[in-house]
Write a protein that binds this ligand. Structure first.
Ligand code: OFO
Length: 167
C-alpha cells in the first residue's frame, strides 16, 4: 500500500474513534438531561463508529500496513440545547465525509483500486448518516423552543432514525 494512503487510513481510524467518543459524550449529556431516546440514539451511533474504526484497523492489517492506534482529544461534553447537539452531530458527519473523499481521491491518484473499492462502503454509510442528521435537525428546527415538541422528538427519535435508514 502506498504510504500516503496508509497515512490517510490511519487518520481515518482516528476520526472514527474520535466520532465514537464524541457520540458517547453526546449520549451521556442527553442521558443526564432527561432525553433518554436521544441518549439511546447516540449510544448506538457511538457503537457504530467504533465498528467503522475496527473495520479499518482490520483492513490495514490485512493489507500488510501498519496501524497506529491513536490518542484522542477530549470530546465536547456540554451542549446549549438539543439543536446545538444535532448541529454538532451533522458537523461531525460532514467532516468525516470530507476526509473519506480525500482517501478516495488519493486512491484514484495512486491507482489503488482495492482500497478504493473497500472505501465505497464508507461512502454509502456517510450518505445515510448525513441524511439522518439532516432529517433530525430539520425536525428540531420546526419544533423551535416548544418543550412538548422536545418530548415527542425524544420519544420518536428511534423511529425517525430507522425510517431514514430504510429509505
Ligand atoms: Fe463512521 O460513519 Fe459517520 O462518521
Amino acid at each position: 500500500m502506498h504510504s500516503s494512503i496508509e497515512n490517510l487510513l490511519n487518520d481515518q481510524i482516528k476520526y472514527e474513534a474520535q466520532a465514537s467518543m464524541q457520540y458517547l459524550a453526546m449520549a451521556s449529556w442527553a442521558d443526564a438531561n432527561g432525553f433518554s431516546g436521544v441518549a439511546n440514539f447516540f449510544y448506538d451511533q457511538s457503537d457504530e463508529e467504533r465498528l467503522h474504526m475496527i473495520k479499518l484497523i482490520k483492513f490495514v492489517n490485512e493489507r500488510g500496513g501498519t496501524v497506529i492506534i491513536p490518542s484522542l482529544e477530549q470530546p465536547k461534553d456540554s451542549f446549549a440545547s438539543l439543536l446545538d447537539l444535532f448541529e454538532k452531530f451533522l458537523g461531525s458527519e460532514i467532516f468525516v465525509t470530507e476526509q473519506i473523499n480525500k482517501i478516495i481521491f488519493e486512491c484514484l491518484d495512486k491507482k489503488d483500486y482495492n482500497v478504493h473499492n473497500f472505501m465505497q462502503w464508507y461512502v454509502t454509510e456517510q450518505l445515510e448518516e448525513e441524511a439522518t442528521a439532516r432529517t433530525l435537525l430539520d425536525k428540531l428546527n420546526i419544533i423551535g423552543d416548544d418543550k412538548s415538541g422536545y418530548y415527542l422528538f425524544d420519544r420518536d427519535i428511534e423511529t425517525f432514525a430507522a425510517e431514514e435508514e430504510n429509505k
